[in-house]
Design a protein around this ligand. Structure first.
Ligand code: SF4
Ligand code: SF4
Length: 428
């Protein structure tokens, strides 16, 4: 069974929502669209207060460089650009639109005979970003100048609880596979490998039965976290090693996630821009664990109410429990990268009271990047950032494995991330 070295095997908790067919969350009365739903510069609003917009209309244009367009997910009246809280707890600019519930819509023209070039510019125009959580603009990621011969599709969905990609594979398999072909054209890859963890056997057999032409294959992966991390996935699916500090293209690969691929298909065939997504709502404090189409900019409170979630549960997490963020306010709104919302009880989240490191080395054994988190943390506390760099802090992928295995419950992931940030800011 294909896999990478190290990592951990947390309880997957996917049974809660895995069999819930994808439903549709009723449209919210108001949407708050973050201008930063991606890595890079915030988009610039092109609509003003009082303006009427249609569903699928451009409301913020990408800035120069790394950025992405933003489209309205509803028809209604723009109330203005307002400061609104984000999952990180900071206030950021959002476009506030009041839904008029007419659902009047517009879209881009479908591409008649899509070529690599036209698909790439369609991806850019449609504002598609990595929807697995990273949010890197896809048109930049795919623009590798013919240097990649393989597209690796991340269908591992290795984070516990999350099942939206699994449902997409089951319910939109053919559309997804057409999306894989469009992505191959866009990045110039001759072959594609779809990496799926073996805890989704029906998705593996469905996709395998549909991949008849040989240039697209399915790779069954060992259930191991973080199987979906770029470098680990490339290694598991192709045996290629991305050099330290390098990008996947250095190993001739481009990686994309299931939902991104589906969005590419819809942007090409229907001209649908990226303004909604499927997300998982799960955890023991949710009455109806679900997979739902949710319009970007929807307040989390509306999702909680629809699924019968207990707002006073032990912890609310946006994203997966390993890499997601704890949510402090349900006023926060969804974006292109909100893959899940978890309402966890006490048994599902650890009481994190850190104690002294006992030198057991488990964090070193677990780190999939081969780092020594305990030494990096020690160097950070001594403000010896040179040493933190020597221990490889800059290669940290923030997977959370080190914190997960630490018997002393140390906040290793946060420490290593902080060291990485300081090293980058000070250009050490
Ligand atoms: S140091 Fe970074 S990459 Fe290594 S286990 Fe911790 S979070 Fe993951
Ligand atoms: S796992 Fe925790 S206790 Fe063990 S060496 Fe790492 S930091 Fe120390």
């Amino acid at each position: 069974m294909a896999t990478f070295g190290k990592g951990v095997h947390p309880k997957d908790c996917k049974a809660l929502s895995a069999e819930a067919p994808i439903g549709v969350l009723p449209d919210p009365q108001k949407v708050w669209l973050p201008l930063s739903q991606h890595i890079g510069k915030p988009a610039r609003p092109v609509v003003g207060a009082g303006e009427h917009v249609l569903r699928g209309q451009l409301v913020a244009r990408k800035a120069e460089g790394v950025s992405a367009n933003i489209y309205s997910p509803v028809a209604g009246i723009v109330k203005g650009v307002v400061g609104h809280i984000t999952a990180s707890g900071k206030k950021r600019d959002h476009i506030l639109i009041e839904n008029d519930f007419t659902d009047e819509s517009t879209s881009l023209a479908p591409l008649e005979s899509p070529s690599g070039e036209s698909i790439l510019s369609r991806i850019e125009e449609a504002g598609i970003v990595g929807m697995g959580g990273a949010g890197f603009p896809t048109h930049i990621k795919f623009n590798v100048g013919g240097k990649a011969d393989v597209l690796v599709v991340n269908a591992a969905e290795c984070e516990p609880y999350i099942t939206c990609d699994y449902r997409i594979l089951k319910e939109y398999a053919e559309e997804f596979l057409r999306g894989v072909r469009y992505c191959m054209l866009a990045c110039g890859a001759k072959t594609a490998v779809i990496g799926i963890e073996k805890n989704k056997p029906d998705a593996i057999s469905l996709l395998s039965s549909l991949c008849k032409e040989g240039d697209i294959s399915v790779c069954a992966l060992r259930t191991r976290y973080p199987q979906g991390a770029e470098k680990q996935l490339i290694y598991s699916c192709t045996g290629r090693v991305v050099p330290e500090g390098g990008l996947p293209v250095a190993a001739g690969a481009v990686v994309s996630n299931v939902h991104t691929v589906l969005s590419v298909c819809r942007a090409v065939e229907k001209g649908t821009p990226c303004y909604e997504r499927v997300m998982t709502v799960s955890g023991k404090c949710v009455k109806t664990p679900s997979n739902l189409w949710v319009k970007n900019g929807t307040p989390l409170r509306e999702i909680a109410a629809y699924c019968g979630a207990d707002e006073n549960c032990a912890r609310i997490v946006s994203g997966g429990p390993m890499m997601g963020e704890a949510v402090f306010s349900l006023k926060v709104c969804t974006s292109k990268t909100t893959s899940s919302l978890l309402f966890l009880d006490k048994t599902e989240c650890e009481d994190k009271r850190a104690s002294v490191c006992i030198g057991c080395g488990r964090c070193v054994q677990a780190c999939p990047m081969g780092l020594s988190p305990t030494f990096i943390e020690d160097a950070l506390f001594r403000k010896d950032y040179e040493e933190a760099k020597r221990y490889g802090a800059s290669s940290c992928i923030a997977c959370g494995c080190c914190s997960y295995v630490c018997p002393a419950k140390r906040f290793l992931t946060q420490s290593v991330r902080l060291a990485k940030k300081i090293i980058a800011e000070r250009k050490i």
